[in-house]
Design a binder for this molecule. Structure first.
Ligand SMILES: O=C(O)[C@H]1NCC[C@@H]1O
Length: 345
């Protein structure tokens, strides 16, 4: 056996969405003042080979993410982390935060305090507060207090070639999202409609990218919609709840209820007067798992009214692995196949 690269990983999922965590084998980015600078370093083509090696086949698959724990830049944080998704280094991610916290605590990288461990994590989108309920050495729940979320525009009409006009909301929840009511396109969020939801969701996302160009007021480098959420109307019975399905690029469902998508939706619901500060909202995924979401505070981001949202969910460690690269492997950055990766050509 030979290898020119060895990366040690703890495998984890949060409410069904894989968020593996690198615990060894990758050095920190040199001389960075912020986690966003670290993200910029790692997404350069030479460094980005790591993301391709880990997420592309044969080592990865289309429905997974990998997180990289690094020293924080903000002195208030206990650790920093960066998020690798199939098509981007995401500034922030909810399911990946829950996985990273679960691994940090259950492997002892951050000492676990029972019944509650509280600390902050530094991300490329800013500081995220963590409150983890812990019992018997298990991290039972992870709640994170996200960077502020806000609506960029409501009810925008987008022309989708071959389909027609679609109404979209555009909001920031740690990533930029377009959100569309599935019923407005004659669809229901259920597995039997999966291929159509993913295919049309991707097409609407591309159409939005062509017509609307949101920019984060605090960081002009964080721009353009990269994620898409299908929503169902809120069930306002005993609990406020709804199902959603996030279409992650290049075209597959988030298996979790999507933490940053949920924050974007909370900002939209607050702007529409559907959810107040302090109210719980239960967001369910395509596989029936749930995040408990809440608006903790209202604030502003630049000129935009914003909400500070918290999201609570659960993570489970599922294994450990060491990724290797044989110097003669013909695919040092892996490959993608059209059956599962929505390859354009
Ligand atoms: O929970 C989230 O925010 C996400 N899950 C995978 C894609 C998004 O980053």
């Amino acid at each position: 056996m030979r290898s020119i690269r060895t990366v040690s990983i703890v495998q984890c999922h949060a409410e069904g969405e894989v968020g593996d965590v690198i615990v060894g084998g990758v050095l920190d980015a040199p001389a960075c003042k912020t986690m966003f600078e670290k993200l910029q370093y790692f997404r350069q083509p030479e460094q980005d080979r790591l993301r391709n090696l880990l997420l592309n086949e044969p080592r990865g698959r289309s429905s997974m993410n990998t997180n990289l724990i690094l020293p924080p830049c903000d002195p208030r944080a206990t650790a920093g982390f960066l998020i690798m998704e199939s098509d981007e280094w995401a500034p922030m991610s909810g399911s990946n935060t829950i996985c990273t916290v679960t691994v940090l605590l259950e492997t002892g990288m951050i000492p676990m305090q029972e019944p509650v461990t509280a600390f902050s994590l530094d991300t490329a989108a800013g500081l995220v507060g963590i409150t983890a309920e812990c019992q018997g050495g298990k991290c039972r729940t992870v709640q994170f207090r996200n960077v502020p979320s806000f609506v960029w525009a409501l009810d925008q009409e987008v022309h989708v070639p071959g389909f027609g006009a679609v109404k979209v909301d555009i909001a920031w929840g740690g990533m930029w999202y377009a959100l569309v009511d599935a019923e407005s396109c004659g669809l229901k969020i259920e597995n039997s409609q999966g291929p159509r939801l993913v295919e049309l969701g991707q097409r609407i996302k591309v159409a939005v990218q062509g017509q609307y160009h949101p920019v984060h007021p605090k960081n002009p480098e964080i721009r353009e919609v990269t994620n898409f959420v299908w929503t169902h109307p809120m069930d306002d019975g005993h609990d406020k709840s709804a199902v959603n399905a996030t279409v992650v690029s290049p075209g597959r469902f988030d298996r979790s209820p999507c933490g940053t998508g949920s924050c974007a939706r909370l900002a939209v619901m607050h702007a529409r007067g559907q959810l107040e500060k302090g109210e719980d909202f239960r967001h369910r995924s395509i596989i029936g798992t749930e995040f408990v979401c809440r608006i903790e505070e209202t604030t502003r981001v630049g000129d935009y009214p914003a909400v500070v949202a918290s999201i609570k969910g659960r993570g489970w460690i599922s294994g450990m692995k060491q990724v290797l690269l044989d110097p003669e492997d013909p695919f040092p950055e892996g490959f993608r196949v059209g059956d599962q990766w929505h390859v354009a050509s």
